[in-house]
Design a protein around this ligand. Structure first.
Ligand code: SAH
Length: 372
């Protein structure tokens, strides 16, 4: 079987090339062609010796997941659906802003954590994405945004930030996510700043510690509730790693993090977690952790049981946090018209966990069909 170069971080590529009698600088050349320049044709890699190019052609491939659909929202948000085989599809969303371009990528086909307000969670879990499937989303979107790259063209800068906030729980797929992160940060590959790469987690505590030790990047934690009783309901992994344990892990993370705060994400669910009393509880709970809050207005999806808090309620909630001196932003809901907002990424998941068969039937194939 041919090796897919998108699966290999710098070390793995160096080792693989060494097995073919090649020197380490070849790995740097290849990383640049494959990732920075978006090239997938070995014959075009002109500074690589012809014999090696031929060898690569026989033993390696550069294969990103194919794009099934590419939809543009009125606000410029662009959603990509990727075929990851076996009937599964995952989504990535590109969000252009004045001063940056953010790509939100998926790390799993489906998700096993079953958060009650999340569309991906409702679909069940199929499998972890491989390194090439995670990095391949970025590889494909860069090509789609500007065509194959010219060396050092400004197009490379279109994607300045990457957030692992798409479908799946990144820290439940940590080995592959770590290799993907190393490629995102590698100067010969994507060269992104550690501060501009964010992993978002529902709170897998041992994996937060490993991320800190092996590849610290910016960390976002999906908090969503100020007490264990409510969080147990909304984010079931809380039963295993309750708030006190989670917040301690956040403090440990900050010892090595590239930013000096953790971002707490907080989905605003009408009448569930959005009272002023809960805002005060949240302040008391997080007092020991340098943090910012990002309030996310709930985005409904077919069959969801919650409603979005009103704009007024969200503003009052934010004001409590702000008045206590905690930086608080409210996420703009973008890509509404193409179901590209947080928590709406559904892709297409063939549930192997069987947890949600009933829901699948109840919800029908409408969303999935839309992408065909
Ligand atoms: N599993 C990771 C990353 C994926 S979700 C995590 O839990 O952090 C990215 C963010 O979107 C999380 O904060 C998640 O809780 C939030 N989210 C999920 N469903 C949502 C919905 N329907 N409306 C708004 N935000 C949602």
């Amino acid at each position: 079987m041919r090796v897919n170069l998108l699966d290999l971080d710098a070390q793995a590529l160096t080792d693989w090339l060494a097995g073919h009698g090649e020197k380490p600088y070849r790995a740097r050349q290849l990383l640049r062609w494959v990732h920075r320049l978006g090239q997938n044709d070995f014959a075009a890699m002109t500074d690589i010796a012809r014999t090696l190019r031929e060898n690569l052609g026989a033993t390696a491939t550069i294969a990103a997941p194919p794009v099934i659909s590419d939809r543009l929202s009125e606000d410029g948000t662009r959603k990509f659906l990727f075929d990851v085989g076996g009937g599964n599809a995952v989504e990535a969303v590109f969000i252009p802003e004045d001063d940056r371009g953010t790509l939100c990528v998926s790390t799993q086909a489906g998700c096993a954590l079953a958060c009650s307000f999340c569309s991906t969670g409702r679909q069940g879990f199929n499998r972890n994405l491989g390194v090439a499937e995670i990095v391949g989303q970025l590889w494909q979107v860069r090509r789609a945004l500007s065509g194959p790259f010219q060396a050092d063209s400004p197009a490379e800068r279109l994607i300045s930030n990457v957030v692992l906030m798409g479908m799946g729980e990144p820290l439940a797929n940590l080995d592959n996510v770590l290799a993907a992160l190393r490629l995102l940060l590698d100067d010969h590959a994507y060269g992104l700043s550690r501060r501009r790469v964010t992993v978002s987690t529902a709170g897998l505590v041992p994996a937060i510690d490993r991320l800190r030790d092996e590849c610290p990047v910016a960390l976002a934690v999906s908090l969503h509730a100020p007490d264990d009783q409510l969080r147990d309901q909304l984010v079931p992994i809380n039963r295993k790693y309750p708030l006190r344990v989670l917040l301690e892990a956040c403090r440990r993370y900050l010892e090595r993090a590239p930013r000096d705060y953790v971002t707490f994400e907080y989905v605003m669910l009408d009448g569930i977690n959005d009272s002023l009393a809960q805002a005060h509880e949240l302040l008391a709970l997080t007092r020991q952790v340098p943090c910012k809050f990002n309030l996310i207005p709930f985005n409904p999806f077919p069959g969801s049981a919650y409603r979005r808090s009103s704009a007024l309620r969200i503003r009052r909630f934010a004001d409590v946090l702000l008045e206590a001196g905690v930086v608080t932003t409210t996420r703009k809901t973008r890509g509404d018209d193409i179901d590209a907002a947080c928590g709406q990424l559904a892709g297409r998941v063939l549930d192997r966990s069987r947890r949600t068969t009933r829901l699948h039937l109840a919800r029908g194939p409408d969303r999935q069909e839309a992408f065909r």
